[in-house]
Write a protein that binds this ligand. Structure first.
Ligand code: C5P
Length: 218
């Protein structure tokens, strides 16, 4: 297969990671979860008690970190991270550090290096616009805020974690607002991206649509 790049962007909770992982599995190429990279920085800041308001220190930390892809999560500086980067505290801080231009520059460079070495399905907020502007297939995946909060609620309940639908909705709205209004690389649909709204569509249907678009380009 030729070197092939798929970019999937969209707001929080739209189902990007599930869709991207399944597309990557079908195409037998690597899945890259860029959100996990921003989350890992937040996790490390909390662990090393770095002042998150000190942009220079946060940027330096981001530049020094090494990321390895791992099917079960992400390997950061040799440590495999899974559930510890999904806590509400890490989630909120990830959204804050993602506004920092230096942090984004450092991560974009690392993401581009990964994509140079192999074919990937990469998901995030700025993949089609900044990280892989020449991707073969670009998707902007979205769903209504109610549907995204409801899915997140169900996901937590299925894991045995109690949750409140209204506060989940508020949290998603806050993160979307942060992502859409930041100065550097805000969340937006690339001009050549295809919009897929999964409010009334199943995840499997979205995967099928994307696979068909990929097959047309392969
Ligand atoms: O996708 P996920 O929710 O795991 O991402 C965590 C946070 O990282 C998001 O709220 C967003 O602010 C940030 N992010 C980003 N750009 C990306 C991926 C994630 O700004 N490419």
């Amino acid at each position: 297969m030729k070197h092939f790049l798929v970019a999937i962007d969209g707001p929080a909770g739209a189902g990007k990671s599930t869709v991207a992982r399944r597309v990557a599995d079908h195409l037998e190429i690597t899945y890259v979860d860029t959100g996990a990279m921003y989350r890992s920085i937040a996790w490390k800041l909390l662990r090393e008690k770095v002042n998150a308001a000190d942009e220079a220190a946060v940027t330096q930390l981001a530049e020094s970190m090494t990321f390895a892809l791992d099917p079960a999560g992400i390997c950061v500086d040799g440590t495999r991270l899974t559930d510890e980067i999904r806590t509400p505290q890490v989630t909120a801080l990830a959204s804050t550090v993602a506004k920092m231009a230096g942090v984004r520059r450092a991560l974009v460079r690392k993401q581009q290096e990964i994509a140079e070495r192999q074919s990937v399905v990469m998901d995030g907020r700025d993949i089609g616009t900044h990280v892989l502007p020449h991707a073969d297939v670009k998707i902007f995946l979205t769903a209504s805020i109610e549907e995204r909060a409801r899915r997140r609620y169900k996901e937590l309940l299925d894991k045995g974690i109690s949750a409140d639908l209204e506060s989940l909705k508020e949290d998603i709205c806050r993160r979307d607002e942060n992502d859409r209004t930041r100065q550097y690389a805000p969340l937006r649909q690339a001009e050549d991206a295809i919009l897929i709204d999964t409010t009334n569509q199943s995840i499997s249907e979205a995967v099928e649509v994307i696979l068909q678009l990929c097959r047309n380009k392969l």
